[in-house]
Design a protein around this ligand. Structure first.
Ligand SMILES: [Fe+2]
Ligand SMILES: [Fe+2]
Length: 219
């Protein structure tokens, strides 16, 4: 995943916030309505963490389905197998990227000693992620484009939320980024830049999913 300079990150923030919102289907609209009902409309570090736990699972589901497909391939279909494997690698890279987002958020909430209820911030996210995985998996098996569209909407929402959060919190621009994950995610001067980079990653994820809809095939 490309790491941007602070100047570029500010440009990308402006681009994301100026973009018209994607049109979400009824399932996504309902999901975000319920999500705001449970976690509140206010953007917060803890709420982002819940989103990140859920954001990983479509990539895991796609990787799983792709492996099943590879198992059913015969020797004469080498090109097809390679294409599926490329898809597996892409899903894994996206999953890893989401994992760093989660770890960085986790680290920050821990340092800030932000109190979180076990039920709402540990248990419930896993329950949501479990069902979201099943939905992503089934959609991908029956109609991959639907699964990609669902994920694109999710990523569109995430990109916007992160960029809006930085805008609402100008104090983040004066907090240096100190993290055990600098080597893994990138060395950014401030916490605001990290959040902008996360927001940018989400937009890239959205674009990758939208590009897959174009082909609308299994691989
Ligand atoms: Fe993320
Ligand atoms: Fe994402």
């Amino acid at each position: 995943m490309e790491r941007l300079t602070p100047e570029r990150l500010r440009e990308e923030q402006a681009t994301t916030l100026a973009e018209p919102k994607m049109r979400y289907g009824p399932l996504v609209t309902l999901f975000f309505f319920l999500f705001d009902l449970v976690y509140g409309r206010r953007r917060s570090w803890s709420k982002f963490k819940v989103l990140e736990v859920v954001a990983r699972v479509p990539y895991q589901a796609w990787e799983h389905v792709a492996y099943i497909a590879i198992t059913h391939i015969y020797f004469e279909q080498a090109d097809y197998a390679r294409r599926i494997f490329d898809r597996v690698k892409e899903s894994r890279a996206q999953q890893d990227n989401e994992q760093w987002h989660l770890l960085i958020l986790e680290e920050w909430t821990h340092r800030q000693k932000i109190r979180e209820s076990f039920v709402f911030y540990r248990l419930l996210p896993q329950v949501i992620a479990f069902f979201y995985y099943q939905i992503s998996w089934l959609l991908y098996v029956f109609k991959p484009a639907w699964s990609y569209r669902l994920n694109a909407a999710f990523e569109d929402h995430a990109a916007r939320e992160y960029m809006q959060f930085v805008k609402e919190h100008p104090e983040l621009d004066s907090i240096p980024f100190e993290s055990a994950f600098k080597q893994d995610f990138g060395n950014f001067p401030t916490l605001a830049d990290v959040v902008r980079q996360i927001g940018y990653d989400e937009r890239v994820h959205r674009e990758e999913s939208l590009a897959q809809i174009e082909t609308a095939r299994f691989v």
